[in-house]
Design a protein around this ligand. Structure first.
Ligand code: NAP
Length: 642
């Protein structure tokens, strides 16, 4: 698989073309058509599309504007077809600048242009691939990298290392690749970021059947990538890294490994990369009586496929993203479903959440040069800063406690209107489902109407009285009722703040990582940390994004930084690099201060974004451009070189 797509020339009739265009996302198609025909006039007079939550995929175009945009695209595609679908020429940077000015304000173009060209990659090349190889920099040097985890991040690092001809081994405790998409097999599990964006920039040839695909398809994608890049032979499955110790004499890491059969082994590597993720260690709640329950009970991320829910009374604890995906499916299987909600989630209306990719859209990907690239770009650009301004805390905002500023309030009202409509006049349900905290201070849940409809069913109840204890036969609520259950599902989330647990990591001077962090994990750029040289974290502290972009984009930035660091070591003939404490501390102070200016930092509602000390240890408070800029190059002044 590569970023190159094979497009088929087409001779579709005018009527067929017009039908395909009904499914097009027009800002992207207008740009593709202007580029394809090398005729910027396609855009002349077309209104610049808006970005953001309210604008939607068609940039907020009104009906007449949509009709006009379709007509422009139809004319351009007819011309292209009648010319025999010639091989399109690649545009110059100046041409691209002109096209981008259709979607980006002139005054911001200079700032964003290099970043967007990198992401857009219209020449079909993998722009972010390393531009060097070990054989050119240090052919005789014994240098290898150990990666922990064959999930999304670990695979990404492996691909880039392979391109730079750096030897590497991935240690994966399970038996396949995919990480979270391997572990989470609960019914209804699907990605809640658009697929065409939640995918590697360099592996775009995959035909996504759905807009937000289900877990088996996501798993297939990562399996495909692993196979296409020949990664499996570098992966030691069924092997857990138990302990990693920095070796002062070699400036590298010694790993202690344990296989499933209990055998132990060791491995030496110059660089250690954690692709262990944040959302993979299930959090079981501390509820009295959990051991008393007589029936099967399991966590959403450890779904027990042997338990048939048909005709059973099922209790689901939690209403986060995982629980809300499985609840509608379980409701169809169980005889009765009781959902225990502690905090209502904000629902983000997403009409096409469960939709297949429409046939017209699929046709456009397969036939219209540049459409796929512009489509991904449009998804990317419309979420690059996404809703950041709507989560900004206005220090003078005193109107309400369930919003943090005027724009956040606008969103709150819009989400409330959605809830009102979706609960169809059921005042009791509306009251239960309406959060009392600002939007986006906790992770939102996408909804196409199915969740309120499920809660409205006669055989489903949404319990908000609170759980007193679990009994042998079910769950007792705080208001003294005992509700029977045959099966309990814990949709209670993950210990996201316990980064790198349970791995024991020993850095310089025998410093132990988890004692050093003391429950408050921090890192510089989320990647490196003082006293632990040559340890690189992927999806580390403060690299989670809430309202903008895709976590895969972040991982690609982190991996670029990893490769730039290795290049530095190889070029400079150095063993290791250790982040300077003052650089790390100053960076973290800034992150902390700026997270407090976001809804998730200012609001007091509990969430997995915060660690046990109440610090936002997960989230990145800025836009994507900022992270891309900060991770493009390694500033040698930030490190002590050993
Ligand atoms: P979560 O967001 O942490 O939700 C856990 C739920 O369990 C919350 O509703 C929580 O209530 C509840 N809970 C925890 N302990 C409880 C207790 N003792 N009593 C009652 N309720 C309790 O976890 P998640 O749903 O697994 O999602 C975690 C993250 O994973 C998501 O935010 C998302 O980033 C990611 N995810 C993504 C997808 C996707 O892309 N499709 C799917 C699933 C998950 P409180 O809110 O009161 O704490």
């Amino acid at each position: 698989m590569s970023s190159e797509r094979t497009l088929e020339p087409f001779d579709a009739s005018d009527e067929e073309l017009a039908r395909h265009l009904e499914d097009a996302e027009l800002p992207a198609l207008l740009l593709a058509c202007a580029m394809l025909t090398r005729d910027p006039a396609v855009l002349d007079g077309a209104p610049p599309p808006m970005r953001g939550l309210m604008a939607g995929p068609n940039g907020g175009y009104e009906e007449a504007q949509l009709t006009d945009a379709r007509a422009r695209c139809l004319a351009a595609l007819k011309r292209y077809r009648d010319d025999g679908c010639p091989e399109p020429t690649r545009p110059s940077e100046e041409d691209l600048r002109g096209l981008l000015s259709f979607v980006i304000e002139e005054e911001r173009l200079d700032e964003f242009l290099p970043f967007l060209l990198d992401e857009l990659s219209l020449d079909g090349s993998d722009t972010r691939a390393p531009k060097w190889k070990k054989s050119e920099l240090a052919p005789d040097r014994d240098f290898r990298v150990a990666i922990i985890g064959a999930g999304m991040s670990g695979l990404c690092a492996a691909i880039r290392l392979q391109q730079a001809e750096i030897p590497f081994v991935i240690f994966e405790k399970s038996h396949d690749v995919g990480g979270t998409w391997h572990d989470n097999v609960y019914p209804g599990c699907r990605v809640d970021v658009s697929n065409h964006f939640y995918s590697y920039s360099f592996a775009q040839g995959f035909e996504w059947p759905q807009l937000f695909s289900t877990q088996p398809i996501l798993l297939e994608y990562f399996q495909h990538v692993a196979d296409a890049f020949g990664l499996r032979e570098h992966i030691r499955f069924g092997t857990e890294v138990k302990r990693a110790t920095f070796d002062e004499s070699t400036g590298g890491w010694s790993l202690e490994l344990e296989s499933e059969d209990g055998t132990s082994d060791t491995f030496e590597a110059q660089v250690l990369v954690s692709g262990m993720g944040q959302l993979n260690r299930p959090r079981m709640p501390e509820i009295e009586g959990m051991d008393d329950f007589g029936g099967p009970a399991f966590h959403s991320a450890r779904w027990d496929q042997s338990v048939d829910l048909a005709g059973k009374k099922v209790s689901v604890i939690g209403t986060g993203a995982s629980a809300c995906q499985l609840i509608p499916i379980v409701a169809d299987q169980a005889s009765e479903l009781t959902v225990y909600q502690r905090t209502a989630p904000w629902l983000l209306p997403t009409e096409d959440y469960h939709e297949e990719v429409p046939s017209g859209l699929q046709w456009l990907y397969q036939h219209v040069p540049f459409y796929a690239e512009w489509y991904r770009f449009w998804l990317f650009w419309s979420t690059a800063e996404g809703l950041l301004e709507t989560v900004e805390v206005d220090p003078n905002w005193t109107e309400r406690k369930d919003s943090v500023g005027p724009l956040n309030e606008e969103v709150r009202q819009m989400l409330c209107e959605y809830l009102q409509e979706a609960t169809g006049g059921d005042a009791d349900l509306l009251a239960k489902m309406t959060p009392d905290y600002p939007p986006f201070s906790k992770r939102f849940v996408r909804d196409n109407g199915i969740l309120p409809a499920t809660f409205a069913r006669d055989d489903v109840s949404l319990e908000t009285a609170g759980i007193d204890r679990i009994t042998e036969k079910g769950i007792r609520t705080k208001d003294g009722r005992e509700i029977e259950a045959d099966v309990i599902v814990y949709g209670t989330g993950f210990t996201a703040s316990d980064f790198l647990m349970p791995l024991e990591v020993v850095g310089r001077d025998g410093r132990k990582l988890h004692e050093h962090w003391a429950g408050d994990a921090r890192a510089y750029l989320g990647i490196t940390l003082p006293h632990f040289p040559n340890l690189f974290l992927l999806y580390g502290p403060n690299t989670n994004i809430v309202v903008n972009g895709s976590i895969i984009f972040f991982t690609e930035c982190e991996v670029d930084y990893l490769l730039a660091s290795i290049e530095t070591l190889l070029r400079g003939g150095k063993h290791a690099m250790d982040c300077k404490p003052e650089v790390h501390d100053e960076y973290n102070e800034r992150i902390d201060a700026d997270n407090m200016k976001r809804a998730w930092g200012a609001a007091t509602v509990n969430s997995w974004y915060k660690n046990q000390l109440g610090r936002v240890s997960q989230n990145w408070p800025y836009g994507l451009l900022e992270y891309w800029k900060q991770t493009r190059e390694v500033d040698l002044g930030d490190y002590e070189l050993l």
